[in-house]
Design a binder for this molecule. Sequence first.
Ligand code: 0A1
Ligand code: ZN
Length: 872
Amino acid sequence: MHPENPQAIYRKDYHQPDFFIESIDLHFSLDEDVTLVHSQMVIRPRTTNQTVPLVLQGESLVLKNLKLNGQVLNTHDYQVDKIHLTIPTVPTQSFTLETIVEIKPQENTALTGLYKSSGNYCTQCEAEGFRRITYFLDRPDVMARYTTTIVADKNRYPVLLSNGNRVEYGELTDGRHWVKWADPFPKPSYLFALVAGNLHCHGGKFVTRSGREVRLEIWVEPQNHDQCEHALQSLAKAMRWDEERFGLEYDLDIYMIVAVSDFNMGAMENKGLNVFNAKFVLCRPDTATDDDYENIEAVIAHEYFHNWTGNRVTCRDWFQLTLKEGLTVFRDQSFTEEMTSAAVKRIQDVRILRTSQFAEDQSPMAHPIRPESYIEMNNFYTVTVYNKGAEVIRLYQTLLGKDGFRRGMDLYFQRHDGQAVTCDDFRAAMADANKMDLSQFERWYDQAGTPVVDVLGTYNALEKTYSLTLRQQIPANLQAWHIPIAVGLLGKNGQDLPLQLATETNSNRTCIIELREVEQTVTFVNIPEAPIPSLLRHFSAPIKLNFSRQREELAFLMAHDSDPFNRWEAGQQLAQQVIFDLLADWQADKPLQLDPLFSNAVLKILQDTQLEGSIKALMLTLPTEGFLGQQQAEVAVEGLFTVRQFVLQQLAQDHYTQWLTIYKANHHTPYSNEASAIACRRLKNVALHYLCRLDTAETTALAEQQFTQSDNMTDQQSALSCLVNTTGTAKTIALTRFYTQWKENPLVLDKWFSVQAMSYLPDTFENVQALLQHSDFNLKNPNRARSLLAVFSQNQAQFHRADGLAYQLQADIVLQLNTLNPQIASRFVSVFNHWRRFDPARQALMQTQLTRIIQHPDLSKDVYEVVSKSLN
Ligand code: 0A1
Ligand code: ZN
């Protein structure tokens, strides 16, 4: 790129806006050729008698008319460039500004601003998309009252929606009709939304705890009318939960959700009118998996929870994004923990954090949850801001207790309802409500990276004390974090010992150590025998904790820890040790032999009748190649693949009868969406995957049978993903059959692409190349592009082929997407962020592609930022 140097924006440069926009009255005339947007704003200078120019943002707009206080402005009274409208001289008192602009939503493939999806109009304005609709002060600390009139052809677009309440409507003589909406709540422009199209409504209602009736509406393309009920139920559950847990009630008379097929992200919390990726709305047992059901409930809840954490109290500037996102993710995680199983949800969340966020921390895109600068804000909707941000919120709750956290939340809303605020405001509310000093806590907001804590334990048999010494590894220029570490001590019988700190009189089974110094030692008294410590229970902080353990000790914790999270964790650590030792053997050309201790530990889990099924399924799943690679100084691509496959194969053989028993015991549970039925499916499908590793006629027949006979997508997809890794004809038959069955359902067809991209057979890359040519592949549709290419790029051994062909393909795709959809291009190029973690040959191959990309003449800011940081 030879851009006119895309400029970074810095957090320290924040200034209040010079003008506020009190109200905006919008008028859209939607047309197949050009859409006209007429806007009338009441603008107030921040201070009286100021003489600063008014600078509005606007992109890809054609200005047709401009009036100030009703007077048309002459061209020499204002300037327009690619991204601004500047009026050097404006009145010193409130004034009105009217603009008319032309836009072309039908040509908008970036899917930000106003665009078309399956023939319908919709909008996406976060972070800075509103400026692609009309000229505005497009920043979250400018909060205006909106009225919106939409005019469109009545036949094509019978449904016209925007934020707030529908206040007027009517018909025109030319086959067009109009609807006017008014949103009583002032809001930042990123929460604006408009939808127009031919949509079906799945309606319901919710009565708030104060007795107000709220109308709930899920809007979908007509053919999807039978896939909305779960979304509706999820919404009602989320509304109830927020009342009960946080005392927060919904505030409008209507709540609308629209499902669209083309969407860059998961969903968007626009006030009263959420726009959703259809993937997080539509489901039916035969089309959606258990995970899809759970994700839908979680995303619906997430967007709903934003109504308070994000909309009523919003962000002052985009550096504060985690204020709304970290908090809202924490709220949706807590909701799912209560709706499903707390331990299972915690394990799933920690897996995401450790595989994606810890990796981001190790990459050139590493940033604190509150970044200091950005070139393109859309690049900062990251696992760090979202998921680590949620962990940081969880830390408050761990430190203050659930009640203390609630007191902090109450004070936060009491102080800031209707305002645009900062992460510091949130921290102050937590501290003040609990009379606690949280100043050291700011480091979680301004220091990037994963804290590392080394722990040593010493038992003193004479004194009957056990001491833990914890030491933070602090990188240069950083300071010690404030870290709560939850600890338990297990006795020889596997039971928790009562814990009493030398400084306390009462005892507990789990104790929170507050680590604030670089090094601290805590001593437990009255410990009758040398204990086995269980550290960082339920992953009480987003850190890496080092404590050296023998395999026997890990197997012991895996069998006995009363904290289900740590039981799972011990199993993962044991598997990791075993895999890394085997890797050393493989690299030394020694024969591979699986440690019987590990195989037996797995057997014990298989035979444990007390263990809940979903946890059991998780405990029987090995760490991924991606996660294992991250633990290495240099990712051993082939070695990790070979060794991990070997371990899976051995476990399949060693426990063949037990896998079969588990499979059969859980196979006939009838379908339902209850936790117990889900657990049966999880268990049996883990068993099926192990069995199919043996690639025998018998195991393939099991998968085929499940594939043809299942009445639900969880089982069908799972069987298909087993079959794609088999070597006979069953694979082609199943793939053809699945395609024929589901070719009319895009969300299910996405699964067909993904399953093939995930295969571990050596021809996967060639298959992906062929699938790119398939008539159902479409790079413009983000779900479809991700289903094939993002999924493939996570298939470590296949994507990182030694010949670099997959890298070249990925770069080709990035360059195409760069023009079509920069946000998706930037996500796709991010796989190369980790290039320095590979061997020299692969480094060179990836660097070649990065260099090729950065030399592209018209690189978007999105891609430029990621690639330039990667190459630096
Ligand atoms: N605020 C939404 C996520 C979102 C962010 C950006 C988008 O377009 C660039 C779209 C959605 C959420 O957290 O759900
Ligand atoms: Zn969000």
